[in-house]
Design a protein around this ligand. Structure first.
Ligand code: GRF
Length: 187
C-alpha cells in the first residue's frame, strides 16, 4: 500500500476526487493532507471523508526540512500538490525527486508561472481570446510550473465563458484525470 500526501491550500475538490478514487483500491491511499492555511476548506472536506489533515505554518514551508520530517514520519511515498499556493522549497523537492507532482489549470507552458493561479489563469485565458484551455500535470521542480509535463487534457473555451464557467469546466477535467494520472505514476 503506497501512501500519498496531498498538499492543498483551498477547497480541496481535487483532494476529494483523489481520496474517493483510491478508497478501497488496496494499492494506495491518501495518508495525510497538509495545508498552509488553517481555514482552508480542504480540512472539513477531509474530515467528512475520514482523512487526517495538518496545518503546517508558513515558516516551516519556507525552510522545507521540517515538512520532509513530517512526510517521512507519515511514511509518504508520493506527494501530490492540488491547489497548493506556497512555494515548495528545495529540501522537499530533493527528498521526493520524481515523486512530487502538481496540477495546473491551463495548458502549460501557456498561462503558468508566478501569479498564475486560480481565477487569474482563467481570466488571462479568456482575455487572450484562446479557443481552448485545459489541465497540465507536471513534476514539481524549483521553477514554478516549469517541471517536465506528464499529462495534458483539453477543453473548449466558449465565447460566452466567464472565468467561473471556464473554471468549472477545467475542474471537472481535473477530477476526471488527476487520480488516474497519479495511479499510473505509482505503478
Ligand atoms: C485547481 O484548479 C488546480 O488546478 C489549481 O488550484 C485549483 C484547486 O482546486 N492549482 P481545489 O482546491 O482542488 O478545489
Amino acid at each position: 500500500m503506497k501512501n500519498i500526501a496531498v498538499l492543498a491550500s483551498g477547497e480541496g475538490s481535487n483532494a476529494e476526487a483523489i481520496v474517493r478514487y483510491f478508497a478501497g483500491s488496496g494499492a494506495a491511499r491518501v495518508a495525510i493532507v497538509l495545508s498552509n492555511r488553517e481555514k482552508a476548506g480542504v480540512h472539513s472536506r477531509m474530515a467528512a471523508l475520514g482523512v487526517r489533515t495538518e496545518t503546517v505554518p508558513r515558516e516551516l514551508w519556507n525552510d522545507g526540512s521540517a515538512v520532509v520530517d513530517i512526510l517521512m514520519r507519515e511514511a509518504v511515498d508520493f506527494v501530490v500538490l492540488a491547489g497548493f499556493l506556497c512555494r515548495v522549497e528545495a529540501p522537499i523537492i530533493e527528498a521526493f525527486s520524481g515523486r512530487i507532482v502538481n496540477i495546473h489549470p491551463s495548458l502549460l507552458p501557456k498561462f503558468g508561472g508566478a501569479g498564475m493561479w486560480g481565477h487569474h489563469v482563467h481570466e488571462a485565458v479568456i482575455a487572450s481570446g484562446e479557443k481552448e484551455s485545459g489541465i497540465t500535470v507536471h513534476y514539481v521542480t524549483k521553477e514554478i510550473d516549469g517541471g517536465e509535463i506528464i499529462f495534458q487534457a483539453k477543453c473548449p473555451v466558449e465565447p460566452v465563458d466567464t472565468p467561473e464557467t471556464l473554471a468549472n469546466r477545467v475542474h471537472a477535467l481535473e477530477h476526471a484525470h488527476y487520480p488516474t494520472v497519479i495511479e499510473n505514476l505509482l505503478k
